[in-house]
Design a protein around this ligand. Structure first.
Ligand SMILES: Cc1cc2nc3c(=O)[nH]c(=O)nc-3n(C[C@H](O)[C@H](O)[C@H](O)COP(=O)(O)O)c2cc1C
Length: 333
């Protein structure tokens, strides 16, 4: 992430960074992003915060149309709004406000004070503890009231979360296997993955081996972040039998839909923390066009799959280390 201050006056810059919008941009550092690319930057000026796509951090092989980049920016947007709301600020969100400037994804404008609800504070707390947990989850089933809470969290943003029935999980398994086959046999994909799992010293992004899980039999395979070995996270003894899988989808497939999907994804993952659930995203099933198309059948062709999400109960919740994050005020890529 980088925070940019359009004001050149140092006193104004200091005020902007310590103000609520600067704090929100800092809170957004914790947001999840594809390959932990953190592909956004914030421009703070004149009492507004502009969220911009950092297109230099796009994944050209895996994400040629920037869909997952924009989804990742949506998670940062939601983290910023969660931070502002918890601090008692009402905020207006203007999505893709300038048709002539497609990298300007959102503009946040403060809109007065508003006492936070208890749930606002819990979601803010969740930003500090949420992390992607790729380990198999336990046999304990995910409670139905949690499933409903996650669904409602997505709907609040105009996106949808379809939880899969057991017979549909088989189709997800097929989709994930096909996606993995197509990707790992593509040397360009392997090079892109290697670039983001073997970062130069000092760079605070990418997916280190500390977050990669050793290979283990499971119902639905997850992306292998350690193709050349070295996964540091022990899978543990869980079977993944209680895991619930869901497809996050939108009604249309435009950049605004992708942004909203990212906001919904963030809200869902933070709600999962509140429900005591571990989670991990699976975007591989939408990265290969033919596989994404097949996944649409699970939605009866009624929507556009953004990614799959898995939820479950982790026996050792604190065991997954945090991934690194960039600092504020870095140059955009
Ligand atoms: C759009 C998007 C796609 C992602 N796709 C995957 C994926 O396919 N497999 C996976 O294990 N994690 C996936 N992730 C999780 C990221 O790898 C993770 O957010 C990032 O490494 C930061 O780690 P953290 O979530 O623990 O903070 C995705 C995240 C986002 C936002």
């Amino acid at each position: 992430m980088s925070v940019y201050f359009t004001d050149t006056d140092p006193a104004m810059r200091a005020r902007a960074s310590s103000g609520p919008l600067g704090q929100a941009a800092m809170a957004a550092l914790r947001a999840p992003s594809v390959f932990n690319t953190q592909p956004w930057r914030w421009d703070l000026h004149d009492g507004v915060a502009d969220l911009r796509a950092d297109v230099g951090r796009r994944l050209p092989v895996l994400d040629p149309d920037s869909r997952l980049l924009v989804v990742s920016c949506g998670t940062a947007l939601n983290h910023a709004v969660v931070s502002l709301t918890a601090a008692g600020h009402a905020v207006s969100v203007h999505r893709l406000p300038d048709p002539d400037d497609p990298t300007l994804l959102a503009r946040l404008v403060l809109a007065g004070r508003r006492p936070p609800e208890p749930m606002d504070l819990r979601l803010m707390q969740a930003t500090a503890v949420r992390r992607t947990d790729r380990r198999p989850f336990s046999d304990i089933p995910v409670p139905e009231e949690s499933v409903e809470a996650l669904r409602v969290a997505a709907e609040r943003y105009g996106a949808h979360l379809q939880f899969l029935r057991e017979d549909q999980v088989v189709e997800l398994t097929v989709a994930a296997s096909h996606a993995a086959d197509a990707e790992v046999t593509d040397p360009r994909y392997r090079a892109e993955l290697s670039a983001w799992t073997h970062r130069p010293p000092g760079s605070a992004d990418g997916v280190p081996a500390t977050g990669a899980v050793g290979t283990v039999p499971r119902r639905v395979p997850v992306r292998d972040f350690a193709l050349e070995g070295g996964a540091a996270l022990a899978p543990g003894g869980d079977s993944d039998a209680g895991t619930r899988y869901a497809i996050l989808f939108t009604d249309a497939d435009t950049p605004t839909d992708w942004l909203v999907a990212g906001e919904a994804m963030s809200a869902v993952l933070l709600t999962a923390v509140y429900c005591g659930l571990a989670s991990s995203p699976m975007s591989d099933v939408t990265e290969v066009p033919a596989v994404r198309q097949a996944l649409r059948q699970l939605l009866s062709g009624l929507g556009w799959p953004v990614l799959a999400l898995r939820f479950g109960i982790a026996h050792r919740p604190g065991a997954v280390p945090h991934t690194p994050r960039r600092g504020p005020e870095e140059e955009p890529s």
